[in-house]
Design a binder for this molecule. Structure first.
Ligand code: NZQ
Ligand code: ZN
Length: 392
């Protein structure tokens, strides 16, 4: 195991009706003027926003609101939010929504207290030194941003989708009420499940030896997702299944299962160009990306893939031909995602073969890249081209 530090100060509030207590948590974490940030329509139409506003009013906390965050959140609304926070002397940002709303809130939180362009953090030109505190009320189990130190934003002018990370971006509190996710369309539920499993696989693909504790934790979470995913698709109102998925989603990405080990993240890098260019759901993009990446890199450590095949997907170990077992495991995962309702190729995702050169250029030569991707296996431009071709 490698040396590591781990700082995860978020206060989690989990369960039914917990969003009604948000006023007291904003107060507890020092908020005196709040920006409520939310998405397109779901928080409004479900009545959640009304309840949040009532909970803040009950504690006498003034607020302003900014809605309209789109999936794969854009830089334009971040600039707008930064201006609004400064004008209104906001000292606490409350994200009501999914990963996109939370990531947009994190970008604003860092940007408000920075003299330059907030994009500097995403371009790797500046380090986040301070940020306004944020709290979240999560409405979809997926990105894990409620517990993570990351934020992913797409710059409008060139569709460059990049991330920024800092412990200062971790939420002060996150309210997780699984019942709030019951209004999700099945496709979004499935995309969320896929993203959670991707966060686990990205950590499982490691070059670090002797990481039994985190290997086993990741396997446990993947097995949970394998069990609960189909249950929640069959019965969207299954509160218990949604509760297990929601907490697994947090654990998958706050990095408690990723410490002390190298991680991959090349499926994410390759996918981010797809959701940037086609505006598809991040999880749907991952469903098409992961099987291709896994098949491409599996011979780098075939026993790791074989182990996942046996322990997670119940495959029979073929000791003479471990690559057969490894492939069976990848295929079982691919089939699982298709059965959940996820796309299986470029066409179903809405991606185009003729765009592959553009995707590879943005991926390998865009902001913060030197022509290669570094992870479980180093991927060159040619490798990335081959991987995108495998998805067609
Ligand atoms: O805007 P509304 O109307 O709320 O609709 C949203 C949106 O269309 C809808 N939705 C959310 N909760 C709902 C609901 N609809 C009905 N009922 C509810 N309860 O779902 C759609 C997707 O929402 P979004 O926030 O985009 O989903 P997700 O949480 O998957 O976030 C995706 C974004 O997070 C980034 C992704 O790249 C993508 O931009 N990621 C962020 C990470 C992080 N910060 O740590 C890590 C991830 O790997 C990921 O890259
Ligand atoms: Zn993800």
């Amino acid at each position: 195991m490698e040396n590591f530090t781990f700082y995860s100060p978020t206060f989690f509030v989990f369960g039914k009706d917990t969003e009604n207590e948000v006023g007291q948590y904003v107060k507890q974490f020092g908020g005196s003027k709040v920006l409520i940030h939310y998405g397109g329509k779901s928080a409004k139409s479900s009545g959640l926003l009304d309840r949040v506003e009532a909970a803040l009013a009950k504690e006498g906390i003034p607020f302003v609101s900014l809605g309209g965050v789109k999936p794969n959140p854009r830089s334009g609304l971040v600039y707008e939010g930064i201006e609004l926070c400064r004008k209104e002397n906001v000292d606490f940002i409350l994200a009501v929504g999914g990963g996109s709303v939370i990531d947009s809130s994190k970008a604003m939180a860092a940007g408000v207290l920075y003299d330059g362009d907030f994009w500097d953090f995403y371009a790797g030109k500046a380090k986040i030194e301070k940020a306004l505190p944020i709290g979240t009320i999560l409405t979809i189990a997926a990105a894990g941003s409620e517990g993570s130190r990351d934020s992913v934003i797409t710059r409008e002018e060139d569709l460059m989708k990049r991330g920024a990370s800092s412990d200062l971006l971790r939420a002060k509190f996150s309210i997780l009420n699984p019942a709030l996710t019951q209004t999700l369309p099945p496709y979004q539920t499935a995309a969320g499940i896929t993203d959670i499993m991707a966060h686990l696989y990205e950590r499982y693909l490691t070059n670090t030896k002797e990481v039994e504790v985190t290997d086993r934790l990741i396997e446990a979470l993947l097995l949970t997702m394998k069990h609960e995913g189909p249950r929640v698709i069959a019965d969207p109102n299954n509160y218990e299944a949604r509760a297990n998925i929601m907490w697994a989603g947090m654990m998958a990405h706050n990095n408690s299962v990723g410490v002390g080990r190298s991680q991959d993240w090349n499926s994410h890098n390759i996918e981010h160009e797809l959701s940037a260019l086609y505006d598809c759901a991040h999880g749907a993009g991952l469903a098409v990306t992961m099987p291709a990446v896994f098949k491409y890199v599996m011979n780098h450590d075939v026993m790791r893939f074989a182990k996942a095949a046996v322990r997670i997907w119940g495959c029979q170990m073929d000791f003479d031909h471990p690559e057969v077992t490894a492939l069976e495991g990848i295929e079982a995962f691919r089939r699982f995602l298709i059965d959940l309702g996820m796309p299986k190729n470029f066409e179903e995702l809405g991606a185009k073969e003729e765009d592959i050169p553009t995707l590879v250029r943005m991926l390998c030569h865009g902001t913060r890249r030197d022509g290669n991707l570094y992870g479980f296996v180093k991927l060159t431009e040619e490798d990335c081209t081959n991987i995108y071709r495998m998805m067609v």
